[in-house]
Structure formats: structure tokens, C-alpha cells
Design a protein around this ligand. Structure first.
Ligand code: DAH
Length: 339
């Protein structure tokens, strides 16, 4: 019996040492120490022993049990710490690694400038109105004092959908739509796309954007136009910026003016950018023609107004020093990422 007990102990030690995880360890515990285990089986035979032998074998059996239990505890401890170490290693996070660069979107330069312009005009009490890009000849030309035979039509190469329907060449069409619907006082801007059958180059595109402005009320004068545009440009380009009005002709304004901006490159001294003029041409404007007012049911004896049309591309390019309009449409991230 002694030998059997000793061999159980030895066997258990060897098997336990080999056990690879907590589960197999438990199986071994059942096999050696469990109710139907090897040790129990031996103890059941103790009844056949003599009175002298019994305590000796009893002691030995207890010591064997204790040693196996201790071995199981030690082995369990070791297996658990090994497993924990493995898990730690596999879950390790190197907090010193550089983070992933998550690209963040930002407004397109055209939208950024448009948003600024809208803010400025909203601050002056203007409404922002919208108009259709597919427009009738009436709103795009006729009602703006440009009958079919008018030579000014030639300056705007028009995409015709049919004899009477065009892709609008100018946002000025929204002036008419607005005056037909609203009565003075009117203070609106209308930004949007316009289309002209132009070949693409650094300063032309068949699709570009304008911001139309219209103010109609009693006692509106050219100095209101000047003050409004002067404020706009000072806010966009800095407080030292100056504008100048140059006589021009548009069929729907009288008098008409082209508005120049002091060259943002040389500050008015003259440089290659402004072709030594000191100023760059910026937009068209004027006092709304009495015939246009009358056509919309507004009495020009009572009311007067001013209007202007700004090229959004032009003021954006000036604002950021962009020298090729195509950059604004190509969606090249190397370009757009700079704003
Ligand atoms: N429609 C003109 C253009 O496309 C710009 C313009 C000029 C708009 C004078 C106006 C204006 O409202 O009064 O070039």
C-alpha cells in the first residue's frame, strides 16, 4: 500500500507538471483526489489493515493528499500567471505610436468666401433669395432692357434650351423676379450659378457664380451703392482697401458703373498683377433703370434703386491670390487642402 501511495504521488507530480491549462489541472485533481479518484480507492482498502499499520498508512495517505494539493495549487498559480502574461502581451497598446491622420473636411474656397459675403449682407439687413438656373428669355434679357436685337446680348454667349428658354447668363434675372413679387423697400442678394458658352481657360469657365444685389426704396442714390460696396470690400480685403467707380454701360442700369478694387498685391502702386493700373476690375453695378422698375410695377418717380453683380470666382481668387480659375473646379486635394 505504501508503494501504491508513493507511486500515486510520483505519478501525480509528473502529470501535474505536464498539465498545460487550468482545465486539465482540474481533470487531474478529480483523477487523483476526487471521490472516485485513485487516492480514495486506496483509502477504501484500509479496512483490511492491521491496527498497527492503519495509522502509519493513514498518515502517509494524508501527507500524499497534502502534497498533491499543494502541487495543484502551485501549478495552478503558475498557469494563471502565464495566461495573464500572455493576455497582457497580446492586448498591449503602444501609446507612443503616432496617431492615424483623420482627414477633416473644410469649406471649398468659393463657399468660404460666399459665406463671408452672406454674413456681411445679412448684417446690413439684406435677405438672401434664390432663382432658377433654367430661365426664360424674359427674365434673363427682355425685362432687363435687352430685347432680342440688343447688341449687349452678344457679350454673353448664351446656352439656349429653346428659343425662349436659356441657362441664365447672369443672376440679374433674380432682380426682376424679386421686384415682381415684392414691393419696396427691397434689400436682397442672390448668389448662384450662371452659364456662358465660353471655352475654359485661366479666367473663363462655362459655369461660374455670381452674387446679385438689389436695393430699392425711396431716396436710394449712387452713394448708397458706393457705401455698400465699399463696406463689403473693406470687410473682405481689409480696412485700407479702396474701391473706385468707373463709368460703364449696362442696359438695365442708368447710370452704370464698373467697380474696381485697389490692387491687393501692390496696394494701388501698380504691379504686373494689376497691369500697372493699381486697380483691378471687380464687378458691374448701377442705378436700376427707370424702365426696369416700371416694367416690374414699381413707380420710378417714387422709388429708386441700385443693383450690382459680383463674380464670386473673381473675389475668391483675389482674396486668396489664386491665379487660375480652373483650380476652383478640379477638386484637387493638394489645392483644396491649403484653405
Ligand atoms: N449682370 C452683369 C454681368 O453679368 C453684372 C451686373 C452689372 C449686374 C450691373 C447688375 C448691374 O445688377 O446693375 O456682367
Amino acid at each position: 500500500m505504501k508503494e501504491q501511495l508513493n507511486s500515486i504521488l510520483e505519478n501525480a507530480r509528473a502529470e501535474l507538471e505536464k498539465s498545460a491549462d487550468v482545465k486539465s489541472l482540474e481533470e487531474l485533481r478529480v483523477r487523483f483526489l476526487g471521490k472516485k479518484g485513485e487516492l480514495t480507492a486506496i483509502l477504501k482498502q484500509m479496512g483490511g489493515l492491521s491496527a498497527e499499520e492503519r495509522p502509519v498508512i493513514g498518515q502517509l495517505a494524508n501527507s500524499v493528499r497534502q502534497q498533491i494539493e499543494q502541487k495543484i495549487a502551485e501549478r495552478g498559480e503558475k498557469l494563471r500567471s502565464e495566461a495573464a502574461a500572455l493576455r497582457l502581451a497580446s492586448e498591449k497598446i503602444d501609446v507612443t505610436l503616432p496617431g492615424k491622420d483623420i482627414p477633416v473636411g473644410r469649406p471649398h474656397p468659393l463657399n468660404a468666401v460666399l459665406d463671408e459675403v452672406k454674413e456681411i449682407f445679412l448684417g446690413m439687413g439684406f435677405d438672401i433669395v434664390d432663382g432658377p438656373e433654367v430661365e426664360t428669355d424674359h427674365y434673363c434679357f427682355e425685362a432687363l432692357n435687352m430685347p432680342k436685337s440688343h447688341p449687349a446680348r452678344d457679350t454673353q454667349d448664351t446656352f439656349y434650351i429653346n428659343d425662349n428658354v436659356v441657362l441664365r447668363t447672369q443672376t440679374s434675372s433674380v432682380q426682376i423676379r424679386t421686384m415682381e413679387k415684392r414691393k419696396p423697400p427691397i434689400r436682397i442678394i442672390s448668389p448662384g450659378r450662371v452659364y456662358r458658352s465660353d471655352a475654359v481657360d485661366a479666367t473663363h469657365s462655362p459655369l461660374f457664380h455670381q452674387i446679385e444685389g438689389l436695393v430699392v426704396d425711396k431716396g436710394i442714390t449712387l452713394s448708397d451703392l458706393y457705401g455698400t460696396l465699399d463696406l463689403l470690400m473693406k470687410k473682405l480685403y481689409g480696412k485700407d482697401t479702396q474701391i473706385r467707380l468707373r463709368p460703364h454701360h449696362f442696359p438695365y442700369t442708368e447710370p452704370s458703373a464698373e467697380v474696381d478694387l485697389m490692387c491687393f498685391n501692390c496696394g494701388g502702386k501698380g504691379c504686373p498683377m494689376c497691369k500697372n493700373e493699381g486697380y483691378v476690375e471687380l464687378l458691374g453695378a448701377g442705378m436700376v433703370h427707370p424702365d426696369v422698375l416700371r416694367g416690374c410695377g414699381i413707380d420710378p418717380e417714387v422709388y429708386s434703386g441700385f443693383a450690382f453683380g459680383i463674380g464670386l470666382e473673381r473675389i475668391t481668387m483675389g482674396r486668396y491670390g489664386i491665379n487660375d480659375m480652373r483650380l476652383l473646379y478640379e477638386n484637387d486635394m493638394r489645392f483644396l487642402g491649403q484653405f
